[in-house]
Write a protein that binds this ligand. Structure first.
Ligand code: DGL
Length: 267
């Protein structure tokens, strides 16, 4: 059995492209339909009600495109809305938090794990719960990194301001003696070189995207829904707001995989 329909992926902006990168490595024959909710970015300071409203609209859009599975490529939605969304739709839907927690517990020698994420993710305690569900003795230290998403969305992936912000957010975690640091917002792997500079090479810097792709691979194997496409047609990218900055910053990460970005107003 096979299924040539696309995989739907969404986030507030370019962050979820770090997940797309990993998906394309693990599942190179699959077509991606990506939605970046740039009209509502940043998600990290939104209420649960707002996040639910955005998620419902995006999921309806992706279902209209007839996707076969949805990857919530957003730490905030994976933490806040995913548990409810999972009960509402029949196709597979998965997020980045459970896989990220699993990979971190595996990586950490001392079971002292740091989490950098948005305010909404940190307040939900989702990473703490998932990590402690695997190892109740693990120690988890968290920082809400509110300055990072706007810097990334505006293409400031290096430079003094970005470095200062990363230093401010990582130093309290390092003082706690963590040996593993989860980039708990899908935007942050754009800053992995800067974060690595601040933490030093001994810290296991974890991007949940690879483990998320692995989980999707397992689900697709179980259901036998791999694509058998021979002509690997274009992936599709949609945004609800600014498409120009999405195109420019997105291409820094994915290159010409992003050919065109189509605006789809959501309000
Ligand atoms: N990339 C998203 C996340 O992983 C959203 C960040 C934001 O828009 O604040 O949380």
């Amino acid at each position: 059995m096979s299924d040539n329909r696309a995989i739907g992926v969404f986030d507030s902006g370019v962050g979820g492209l770090t997940v797309v990168r990993a998906l394309l490595q693990r599942l190179p024959k699959e077509k991606i339909i990506y939605f970046g909710d740039t009209a509502h970015i940043p998600y990290g300071n939104k209420s649960r009600e707002q996040l639910f409203q955005y998620a419902q609209a995006i999921i309806s859009f992706l279902l209209e495109q007839d996707v076969k599975a949805i990857v919530v490529a957003c730490g905030t939605h994976s933490s806040v809305t995913l548990p409810i969304l999972q009960s509402q739709i029949t196709i597979p839907i998965l997020g980045v938090v459970k896989p990220g927690a699993r990979a971190a517990v595996r990586c950490s020698q001392k079971q002292k794990i740091g989490v950098m994420a948005t305010r909404a993710t940190i307040e939900s305690q989702a990473y703490v719960k998932e990590i402690k569900a695997i190892n109740p003795a693990a120690e988890v230290y968290q920082t809400a990194c509110t300055r990072l998403v706007p810097l990334i969305e505006s293409g400031q992936l290096d430079g003094a301001e970005t470095r200062r912000a990363v230093e401010d957010y990582t130093s309290p975690l390092l003082k706690e003696g963590i040996d593993t640091l989860i980039m708990g917002c899908t935007h942050y792997p754009f800053l992995a070189p800067v974060i690595k500079d601040c933490t030093g090479a001994d810290i296991c810097l974890l991007d949940p995207a690879a483990e998320t792709s692995e989980e999707l691979y397992r689900i697709m194997l179980e259901r036998q829904i791999f694509s058998q496409r021979e002509d690997l047609s274009q992936h599709e990218f949609y945004v609800s707001g600014n498409d120009q900055s999405f195109y420019q910053v997105g291409r820094k990460l994915l290159g010409n995989i992003i050919q065109q970005v189509e605006p789809v107003p959501m309000d």
